[in-house]
Each structure stands twice: as C-alpha cells, then as structure tokens.
Design a protein around this ligand. Structure first.
Ligand SMILES: Cc1cc2nc3c(=O)[nH]c(=O)nc-3n(C[C@H](O)[C@H](O)[C@H](O)COP(=O)(O)OP(=O)(O)OC[C@H]3O[C@@H](n4cnc5c(N)ncnc54)[C@H](O)[C@@H]3O)c2cc1C
Length: 487
C-alpha cells in the first residue's frame, strides 16, 4: 500500500488495542470523545498528503515499489531532498499550528535516519541491521503511524535503573527461538492511542556491565500486540463545552500521552534492532546522526508554532489598539525575532549539510541545537506575551455559544472592540486563551520543555560536544600578543 488517506488511517485504528483512560478501557479511539478530535486531526493530515494538488509535494516515488510514499520517509542524498522534506513537514505543521508535535513525520524521520545506518546494527549472532532496514521499508510502504518511548518510569532518579530493587522499568526476562520476553513499563508514549506501532528505543546512558544489559534494547511492535497496554493521562478535551469554538485547539489537537506496560510480551527477533547491547544503545541518536534529522523536523514544527503565536498576538493586540503602545510593540517585536531566528537556523542548517560515509546528507548540527536549547523558554515567553497583551479579555470573553443565545444582543454590543465585531473578537480570544493559558497550553509548555530530553542534561551534552578549542586558543593568542606588546 502507498501513501494513505485519512479514511485509510482511521480504519487502521479500529482493532483490539488496549488503551485505558479514566479507569476504563477505550472501545474505539475513533469515536470516543476523548480521542476522536486528535484522530480526525491526523486523518486531515493524511488527506492533505493525497490531495491531487499536493500529492507531488507531499510524497515521492518509493525506491522499491514506485508507489507514492510520504516524503518524511525520504533518505536525503542532497540539500534539495532536505528542502522538499521541509516543505512537506511545514504543510502538516501549519495545518495544526505547530501544536501537534507528534504527527507521523516525527517518527518517520527518526526511523528513516536510524535505518540509514542499518549496517551499524548488524551483529554476528543476528542481522539486526537487516531487521531494521526491513522495518523501515514496511512502515514506509504501509504508511504507518508510530509512537515511541525512550524513558524508564520515574521511580528513583537518584540511582541508575540497574541498581534499583524493583521490577518497574521494562527489561528482558527470557528468550526463545521466536524472540524474547519484555516485562515492565516505559514512559512517555505520546500519541500511543492514535498510532499503529510503537518503537521502544534507548536514551539514558547505561554502564557497561551485565546488570545493565537487560535494559539495553530497541524494538518495534504493533499497538495491538497481546499483553501490551497503555494507561493514558486524562484528556484535555473539554467534554462539557457549549461550543466547539470555545476550545479550538484542545478539542482537535490533544495528542494524549500514555505509559506503556509490557505484561510478558514476546518481541519477535525480526522486530528487534538492538538486544542486550549497552554500547550500541549509549549515544545512539547522536552517533548515527538521527538526532540531526529529528532536530530538523522539530525545528520546522517550532517555526510553524512561532508563526502561529506571532500572528495570534498581532491580532489580539490590534483588536483593542493595544499595539499602539511602545512596550506592546516591543513584545510583539520579540515574537518577530523568535520567529526569524528559527527561519534563519533552518536555512543555516540546510546550508551547512554534512555528507556522511553512508552517502546520505545531514543538516548542520549547531543551528538546530540552538533551536533545541532556546525554544522551550521562547515558547513560554510567547504564551506570556499573549497573556500580557490579551490581559483581562482572555477571561472576560464568554462562550461562543453566547453569540446565538438569549443574551446575543448584550454580547453583540459589549464584546465588540474598536477593530473587531463581537463574533470575531470572541472567537479570536477563545483561541488566544487556548493557545496561551488553558490546560492544553500548559501541556504544550511542558512538552516543549521536555519532549526532546531534560534541558539540564542537554546543556551538558552540548557543552561536551562543542568544539571549544579554537575559541580558547584565540584568547591565548590575544593574551600572548598583549603581553609581548608591553613596554
Ligand atoms: C508532554 C511530554 C511528552 C513526551 N512525549 C514523549 C514521547 O512521546 N516519547 C518519549 O520517549 N518521551 C516523551 N517524553 C518524555 C521525555 O523524554 C522526558 O520527560 C525527558 O527525557 C525528561 O525525563 P523525565 O521526565 O523522566 O524527567 P526526570 O529524569 O525524572 O527529571 C526530573 C527532574 O530531575 C532532574 N534530574 C533527574 N535525573 C537527573 C540526572 N541524572 N542528572 C541531573 N538532573 C537530573 C531533571 O533535571 C529534572 O529537573 C515526553 C515528555 C513530556 C513532558
């Protein structure tokens, strides 16, 4: 099968998957009101990719079948490939205002990038690299949606997982001819309820000892695998809202985060890419360059998000003429700077491409690291600016339903503003509330802070990898010059 439509995607979600929320098992994520909005949002993205006027921009010809397949699966061989992929990702991200970080392109790009290094995964005892390559081709041709988990549950962060006396974190318990058995949990699997597959991959550093080996693996399974279940956080979709316009983002774009539990699940060898291999697990994403490809994807998401927040702030400020005050213009200019810095970082990363030995190109790393390190704070500031500019209007704005209720005349008169009729003002401010101040926004802020790792440890990693020598050398040279120039 080639690139899927929305209907194809939705029909794949109706299966025996075990999704739990609010103390009950979800019968069908495509109709349950807590999950339906996000399912529809993803279906819209799939419809976009096969729309007759866009299909050439959203897909490319499969190298194995010749069918059209999603561009986020492309293995980039030149700058033009990266630009085509950027254009595709941006269309999806603009459609969701950058608020749906885990649309399928995120994982497609991650798995593609790992598979580009499939030879590194081969081992004498089993061809794990072949398994990975086959898996990549399978998800590309079937156009599957993936979730993933990298992190062990928060049990005791003061001690490494292999030194903890518990059975909480997912680990190897047995193996047989068909595969091996995994038991325990992993967090956080965003989009688990809406995915076809889960990739379980390593992220935390493990020591090279036999105790740690049982936590050192990478594999993929269908979401409806027997013995695997997901326990999700409560939905952010307001169930009792009088109008869908009251929570326009929460209602459509709650990706839902979950914890996956493996109740002695068989992982077939053909779905195993790393097994009991600490060395392979440690630093996997940086070593393979998968991180650069993923950072390229999420920097595009961040650009779409920044453009959306900036446009929203312009409109909110203009509606009441608040944009005539100099300090408000100052804050709106901050949003311009954030946005244009993101655009510049993407251009710089694509200009600084690196070709690796495997023949593929990778975007320049440092511009994307800059995005990774600054966006969490910048996004919080974007929310804050909309709060400062929208002020009391954000909480004084009634439900959109009030516009057609018994008090419609009051709403028409008292909720208009100098530049905006009441209908436009109410829907604009409901959107601004949802983007900057709602529970949905809080989750977005937490997402930006953590989805790509702990910023504290990321800062340490950046410091370690940065080539500091030329800059330190310049200081020595200056000091030597100054000293020798002394009278
Ligand atoms: C909204 C959201 C969605 C997410 N989606 C996904 C997903 O789809 N897939 C996925 O794999 N992950 C996902 N994550 C998880 C994300 O990868 C982690 O949150 C992130 O790596 C931080 O790990 P943690 O949450 O376990 O925090 P912890 O490691 O428990 O950290 C908590 C605090 O303790 C400090 N701390 C803990 N250990 C150390 C240490 N060794 N050294 C220094 N400081 C330490 C941290 O700095 C932090 O302040 C998501 C997270 C969020 C918030």
């Amino acid at each position: 099968m080639a690139a899927r439509s929305g209907a194809d995607y939705l029909s794949g979600l109706v299966d025996s998957r075990e999704i739990w929320v609010d103390g009950e098992r979800v019968a069908d994520v495509t109709t349950d009101p807590r999950f339906q909005g996000a399912a529809r949002a993803i279906a819209e993205l799939y419809d976009l990719q096969v729309a007759p006027d866009l299909i050439d921009k959203m897909t490319y010809e499969s190298p194995t079948t010749g069918d059209r397949v999603g561009l986020s699966f492309i293995e980039p061989r030149c700058r033009e490939d990266l630009e085509k992929r950027r254009d595709m990702v941006k269309r999806w991200m603009d459609h969701t205002s950058g608020m749906f970080g885990r649309s399928a392109d995120f994982m497609n790009i991650m798995v593609t990038a790992l598979a580009m290094c499939w030879r590194d995964f081969q081992r004498d005892e089993r061809p794990y690299g072949d398994y990975l390559r086959n898996y990549y081709e399978e998800i590309r041709e079937r156009d599957l949606v993936l979730t993933h988990t990298l992190v062990t549950p928060q049990y005791d962060r003061s001690r490494p997982v292999e030194e903890q006396d518990n059975d909480v974190a997912a680990h190897v318990v047995d193996e047989n001819q068909a595969g091996w058995i995994v038991r325990g949990a992993r967090m956080v699997a965003t989009l688990c309820a809406h995915s076809d597959e889960i990739l379980v991959a390593p992220s935390s550093y493990l020591p090279a000892n036999s105790d740690a080996e049982k936590f050192a693996f990478c594999f993929a399974l269908p979401i409806n695998t027997p013995g695997m279940r997901f326990i999700c956080r409560p939905s952010l979709t307001p169930m009792a809202a009088a109008s869908e316009m009251d929570h326009p983002l929460s209602r459509r774009l709650d990706e839902i985060d979950g914890t996956v539990i493996f109740d002695d699940v068989l992982v077939p060898w053909e779905r195993t890419f790393i097994y009991r291999d600490v060395e392979m697990c440690n630093g996997l994403f940086n070593r393979t360059g998968a991180m650069e490809q993923v950072m390229h994807q999420f920097s595009i998401k961040n650009l779409a998000k920044a453009e959306f927040m900036m446009g929203l702030a312009f409109q909110v400020a203009e509606s009441t003429n608040a944009d005539q005050f100099l300090h408000v213009q100052g804050m709106l200019s901050e949003l311009i700077v954030f946005t244009e810095q993101l655009r510049a970082a993407l251009v710089a990363a694509e200009a600084d491409i690196v070709e690796r030995e495997n023949g593929f190109v990778y975007p320049g790393s440092m511009p994307l690291w800059t995005v990774r390190q600054t966006f969490p704070q910048n996004f919080q500031r974007m929310c804050e600016i909309i709060q400062i500019v929208g002020a009391g209007g954000l909480v004084a704005t009634p439900s959109f339903a009030e516009l057609d209720g018994p008090r419609a005349d009051d709403v028409d008169r008292y909720f208009q503003s100098v530049n905006s009729g009441s209908r436009d003002r109410v829907r604009l401010f409901r959107l601004a509330w949802d983007a900057s101040s709602s529970g949905f926004s809080g989750r977005q802020q937490l997402y930006e802070r953590y989805y790509s790792g702990d910023p504290v440890r990321l800062a340490g990693a950046l410091f370690d990898m940065y080539d500091k020598a030329p800059f330190k050398e310049r200081i020595d040279q200056l000091l030597d010059r100054l000293e020798s120039a002394q009278d």
